[in-house]
Ligand binder design. Structure first.
Ligand code: CP
Length: 308
């Protein structure tokens, strides 16, 4: 992976931990340039993208589609429900097929953590792999759009006080963000139920009660409670989670004037955040969705350059 003429060039984009700080800053700068009409992309030939989603998605799937169309790529329609996956075809063979058809980029969301490793190690698969989420592993395009949103607001990461709140152990968003935010100089706090915290996260920040840090925070990064990844019943009712760990109006009122609230969405309204706060003045939840299109344009451009 490298940066060419100020633009990032990647073979694949599968994990934030595989990117250098320069590549991260290059991608979010390029995303911002696309957003503000300071960048254009002229395809050198006809390019094809396939979006292979084996888990549900609205934002990631559709914003990759919009990003690809804005860059002038042709989209290869793929529906996991009607594909040969239903005849037992493996993910590897599905991607090998896409590569053989001449697809340049495969964006993949799949429930298996690290599914991408065998794909990027294969000599036969020639298309770029972009990870749209692997189980509870990584979600690098979400992380990059989160970083772009924070950078748009503050212009730096060093010294920012950021709380990542909630269902940490099940969240690929949390895992993608904690390592890179620490690497970029932010001070991290983790809040939420102890049962959704792992001591593995201690190297990145401290687990604290949200009420102990709320007045100091620059960024409140809420996480969705991932009911579909919980083995059994959670020990919290919606109301109990909201009052102990969620962003209520009372906590919102304690935030600094220039603090911002983020959530990758979909939002469980009145659980992680009070319903009426989703579009409150300090919320950047809608801005995150918009930024997703532009940072994904930067990602697709980077892998097309990397494979040129
Ligand atoms: N934030 C996010 O990944 O949303 P989707 O599951 O809708 O793609």
């Amino acid at each position: 992976m490298s940066i060419l003429n100020g633009q990032v060039s990647l073979q694949n984009l599968v994990s934030m931990e595989w990117l250098t700080n320069e590549e991260v800053l290059g991608l979010i700068t390029r995303g911002s340039d696309f957003k503000n009409n300071r960048a254009t992309f002229t395809p050198q030939r006809q390019y094809f993208a396939a979006n292979l989603f084996f888990e549900s998605s609205t934002r990631t799937h559709k914003s990759f589609e919009v990003a690809e169309m804005k860059l002038g790529l042709d989209l290869v329609d793929f529906d996991a429900k009607t594909s040969s996956v239903n005849k037992g075809e493996t993910l590897y063979d599905t991607v090998l097929t896409m590569s053989a058809l001449g697809t340049d980029v495969c964006v993949i969301r799949h429930p298996d953590v690290d599914y991408y490793k065998e794909l990027v190690e294969s000599d036969s698969i020639r298309c770029a792999i972009v990870n749209g989420g692997d189980g509870s592993g990584q979600h690098p395009s979400q992380s990059l759009l989160d970083l772009m949103t924070i950078y748009e607001e503050f212009g730096y990461f060093e010294g920012l006080k950021i709380a990542i709140c909630g269902d940490l152990t099940h969240s690929r968003v949390a895992k993608s963000n904690m390592e890179i935010l620490k690497r970029l100089g932010a001070t991290l706090y983790f809040t939420g139920p102890a049962e959704w915290y792992s001591s593995e996260f201690d190297v990145y920040g401290r687990h604290v009660a949200i009420d102990d840090v709320i007045t100091e925070l620059d960024v409140v990064m809420l996480l969705r409670v991932q009911h579909e990844r919980h083995d059994g019943e959670t020990s919290f009712s919606k109301e109990a989670y909201n009052s102990q760990f969620g962003l209520t109006q009372a906590r919102y009122d304690l935030l600094k004037d220039n603090a911002i609230v983020m959530h990758p969405a979909p939002v469980n309204r009145d659980v992680e955040i009070d319903d009426h706060l989703v579009e409150a003045p300090k919320s950047r939840i809608v801005a995150q969705m918009t930024n997703g299109v532009f940072v994904r344009m930067a990602i697709i451009e980077a892998v097309l350059q990397g494979r040129a």
